[in-house]
Write a protein that binds this ligand. Structure first.
Ligand code: RNT
Ligand code: ZN
Length: 417
């Protein structure tokens, strides 16, 4: 018997069908974020990254053109099993030579090349307006600015992005999740906490009033606890965005697991929101002490989040996207480790005896529940993972890194930065 056949038998004994888990996972889309490829740089400005997020490191070979970024995304995706979706930011608009269009005037045609790219690869596209790294960010504020001109500029940007999201969905045939995150906030103690939030609320409302098909465009609001330079106040706090989503049908809450206090867990929040929202969205990341956006690993909280999506039968209600950016290591590896880790977490969750474990809980058999949960950690999961990778035609183990090293030698090292 092969290693997989043995593992399959072992899992069957506890009522888990590993073949079915593998088949199911192949159909679940996970969005890969373009911005790991160039440290959230984008193509529309040479301005340094600003607005409450930060990348650190200067590992050589980052993508600086659309062609390079696309080539790098292809490389990373070729090393990952599973169904992919592409996650773009508005700052990655592709202009004709000599052309420049500011963010409030962006049109679907500025993303035509991305649509072609996604269609050729049979992928949907998710989208994000870019409310940072731009001269119209005034005193750290965009949608909540007291300056009517500033606010208007960003509202128009948001509306343009709704139109672009609609275009993505129509072209690819896959709904587009459009996430609104703005780092608006204050470094020090504000005198008015409600005013910015009131303006932010009205701005959100204007943006989502832009005509769109709610089955095709899924506007989301992402919360945050604080950012670098905005330590004292963040307009889009957890309560603010959650209340907004709860009171605006069609608008989804988006939880980024780096955006809470370190002892709060998004794994616990997922089922809480599933009790109320038909759909929700995730940014899957790894915060080290704060919202550091480290590469996602196959570790406890990652596994726990995946379990909450899987065992609550919510794979079709939770839109999953990765969100991290590490500029200190090979960026293709960063993407690959992160994407594979979330795939492992999903597969692991699908291979647990979830119904039996729930039953033990409901019957109050807590001793047995602990025993079984611990034993489940020792199931031969790696054999199932290897089979999944084989059937997806990607390397099962660390061999994928040889490909990255080759790509670094042949492509990245020639980029001359
Ligand atoms: C920032 C948010 C946001 C960004 C991306 C680039 O803290 O997590 O989602 O990471 O939009
Ligand atoms: Zn995020």
């Amino acid at each position: 018997m092969s290693t997989y056949e043995q593992a399959k038998k072992r899992y069957a004994e506890i009522g888990v069908d590993t073949d079915a888990a593998i088949e199911k996972l192949k159909s679940i889309p996970v969005a890969l974020h373009c911005w790991q490829g160039d440290d959230v740089g984008g193509f529309d400005s040479k301005d340094a990254l600003s607005g409450g997020i930060l990348t650190t490191g200067n590992y050589p070979g980052k993508a600086t053109t659309p062609e390079q970024l696309m080539q790098d995304i292809d490389k990373a995706m070729s090393l990952c099993p599973g169904k992919k979706k592409l996650n773009l930011h508005a700052s990655y608009a592709i202009f004709e030579p000599g052309e420049f269009v500011d963010r409030d005037k962006l049109e679907p045609k500025h993303f035509k090349k991305w649509v072609e790219y996604a269609k050729e690869r049979n992928m949907g596209i998710d989208f994000n307006p870019t409310f940072f790294s731009h001269p119209m960010v005034k005193d750290g504020l965009t949608l909540s600015s007291p300056d009517e001109k500033v606010r208007r500029f960003w509202i128009e940007h948001g509306k343009a992005c709704i139109r672009i999201s609609q275009y993505f969905a129509e072209e690819t045939g896959v709904p587009c999740v459009m996430n609104i995150w703005a780092g608006d906030g204050f470094k020090d103690v504000p005198a008015d906490r409600m005013g910015p939030r009131q303006r932010y609320k009205e701005a959100f409302e204007e943006i989502i009033s832009e005509p769109h098909d709610p089955a095709l465009v899924k506007p989301c609001v992402e919360s945050k606890v604080f950012g670098i330079g905005v330590e004292s106040f963040t307009a889009g706090s957890a309560e603010f965005t959650l209340s907004f989503a709860a009171t605006h049908p069609g608008c989804l809450p988006l939880m980024d697991n780096g955006h809470y206090h370190p002892q709060e867990f998004v794994s616990d929040k997922i089922p809480a929101l599933l009790c109320f929202f038909p759909e929700l969205a995730l940014h899957i990341t790894r915060g080290v002490r704060w919202d550091s956006d480290h590469v996602v690993l196959f570790e406890d909280e990652t596994k726990e989040m995946a379990k909450e999506v899987v065992r609550n039968n919510a794979l079709d209600r939770v839109y999953m996207a990765l969100d991290f950016f590490d500029a200190s290591i090979n960026r293709i590896s960063a993407w690959t480790v992160g994407f594979r880790s979330w795939q492992k977490a999903l597969l692991n969750a699908m291979c647990l005896p979830n119904e039996q474990l729930k039953k033990l809980q409901d019957e109050g058999k807590f001793t047995e529940l602990m025993v079984m949960q611990e034993e489940a950690k020792m199931l031969p999961f790696s054999a199932v993972w290897e089979r999944y990778c084989e059937t997806e035609g990607v390397p099962a183990g660390a061999e994928w890194f040889d490909e990255v090293k080759k790509y670094e030698a042949e492509v990245l090292s020639k980029r001359g930065q």
